[in-house]
Ligand binder design. Structure first.
Ligand code: PMV
Length: 330
């Protein structure tokens, strides 16, 4: 008899309205809702195979056995799956990631979305998108959005504890056809992880409360703009919300700064191109890389405009992508 196993694929997402700050660290409940675009590039493919002979989980990442913190994170995630499923077996987890790990290109989002999907199937847990999104959230908050295709809103969840856990998941929202050009300023591992930095921001940045109230309002406005197909408003909110997140982060003491000089130059270039009639907007996660938001029809033009201005940068054109899905093979 073959042991239970499953394989899943998931893609990274980039937030238009950012998630930055948790109100419950164990349950990974965010201080605000957020909203993102799942991309069609850099898929992660993950297989989970239960093995009653194992005395611990095993993690193979891009064909190399991984131990230490990365294994610990996967193990505590699978502990949740084991507790819910009543199946105690440890698992072989094999994952292949085509995005530079830890470079602010959301490898943890695609990684935990794929792991939640494969593990739920292998351990016999529900595999509807709400259940998968709630589970993926426990691995990495933003992973709950990578379970969902295209535009996904992640609800902050009602109240606290169990009630909030049950209602904090991502679901698809309608909107105009969007795309992004990702400018890879640096593919190096970021100096401080988003998990640590968001905690420090909440603890020591005097701008954190303003970030939370502003983002709550931005999320409402964004959903209205998306429903109305108001691309200009979508873009303005995207760029401004990202800069507000970085302002809150910069207010941390000792200071944290993710944006590099080239990142700032990319924001300036987006503003210049808007003046010239190409309506693009910039955003950046917890790292120096910048994503340029554009209308899907403008994707090639946008890439070309940035290639002229930044000939040394890798520029990756991405359209909206699928949610996490099960697939064949290990
Ligand atoms: O899910 P995490 O812990 O990797 O946090 C992601 C935080 C940002 O990427 C900076 C913002 C977001 O909403 O994705």
């Amino acid at each position: 008899m073959t042991s239970p196993h499953a394989t899943a694929v998931a893609h990274p997402n980039l937030a238009l309205i950012k998630y930055w700050g948790k109100r419950d660290h164990d349950l990974v409940l965010p201080c605000t809702g957020s909203l993102s675009l799942t991309l069609d590039v850099f898929p992660t493919r993950t297989s989970v195979r239960l093995d009653p002979e194992l005395t611990n989980d095993r993690l193979i990442l891009n064909e190399e056995e991984v131990t230490g913190n990365a294994l610990e994170r996967v193990r505590s995630f699978l502990d949740i799956v084991r507790e819910r499923s009543g199946q105690a077996a440890y698992a072989h987890v094999e994952s292949r990631n085509s995005v530079p790990t830890g470079a602010g290109l959301a490898s943890s989002a695609s990684g935990f979305a794929a792991l939640a999907t494969a593990a739920s199937s292998a351990y016999g847990l529900p595999t509807d998108s709400t259940a998968l999104s709630r589970l993926a959230r426990r691995g990495s908050g933003s992973a709950c959005r990578s379970v969902i295709a295209d535009l996904a809103v992640w609800h902050a969840g009602d109240g606290e504890g169990h009630a909030a856990d049950a209602t904090s998941y991502a679901e698809q929202v309608p909107g105009p056809r969007l795309a992004m050009v990702i400018a890879v300023v640096s593919a190096a591992q970021k100096s401080i992880s988003s998990r640590v930095a968001m905690k420090l921001t909440a603890e020591s940045s005097p701008f954190f409360d303003g970030w939370v109230s502003g983002t709550t309002a931005d999320l409402d406005d964004m959903q209205t703009a998306l429903t109305a197909g108001d691309y200009t408003r979508v873009g303005e909110l995207t760029e401004s919300n990202a800069l507000r997140m970085h302002a809150a982060i910069n207010g941390t003491r000792p200071a944290i700064r993710y944006l590099a000089p080239t990142s700032v130059a990319l924001f300036d270039a987006a503003a210049e191109l808007r003046e010239d009639g190409l309506e693009v907007y910039a955003t950046a996660d917890a790292g120096p890389n910048v994503a340029i938001l554009c209308r899907e029809d403008d994707l090639e033009r946008t890439r070309a405009a940035f290639a002229v201005r930044f000939p040394d940068l890798d520029l990756i054109a991405a359209r909206s992508g699928p949610g996490a899905y099960l697939t064949e093979g290990e």
